[in-house]
Design a protein around this ligand. Structure first.
Ligand code: PNS
Length: 161
């Protein structure tokens, strides 16, 4: 049976670190759904539609991956799409506590999906979306950290285009 994994996140915006996890995930699973969900602890910079577009744009012609936004629980969405795994990237020890809580919560809510963690390559290990937004807001360059389409959108958001 083909194995589908859900890769959920805020993707506000997608970074090269996320892309790294997607490519690694596709080497393990038959297909992936990148799920753009809501993190109640975060106030997003980009709308859901913008985030979906940026991820789709960044993926280009990469096969076997779909981008879908969802509201509500990640576990429910995983069940709805028939995912057998929830994929997450793990960078530093600081990620661990949140990931641990989320994994156990998702396991209770949908035991059929196993959460699988992958680590990005060393050059992406420090990267996160908040840092990227911080850098751009202070006039810094993020070409090395995000896909090209995202650079443009960030510049427009922060009024630098
Ligand atoms: O990229 P993020 O912000 O780390 O992604 C977090 C996300 C969106 C996957 C998480 O907040 C989430 O699962 N939100 C949906 C609501 C939910 O299922 N909450 C219970 C698990 S924390």
């Amino acid at each position: 049976m083909p194995r589908l994994a859900l890769y959920p996140g805020s993707f506000d915006p997608i970074t090269n670190g996320h892309l790294d996890i997607i490519v690694r995930g596709l080497a393990i699973f038959d297909s992936l759904v990148v799920g753009i969900g809501e993190n109640i602890a975060k106030q997003p910079l980009f709308s859901v539609e913008e985030r979906v577009e940026m991820v789709r744009d960044a993926l280009g012609e990469i096969p076997n991956v779909e981008v879908i936004s969802y509201s509500g629980l990640t576990a429910k969405f995983a069940e709805q799409i028939g995912a057998s795994a929830i994929l997450r990237g793990l960078r530093a020890i600081s990620d661990f506590e949140f990931e641990f809580q989320m994994t156990l919560a998702n396991r209770k809510l949908f035991p059929k999906a196993e959460t699988v963690f992958l680590m990005p390559c060393l050059s992406n290990v420090f990267l996160n979306s908040s840092m990227v937004k911080d850098i751009v807001s202070m006039g810094g360059d993020v070409e090395l950290f995000v896909p090209p389409g995202v650079v443009e959108r960030l510049k427009i958001k922060f009024g630098g285009a």
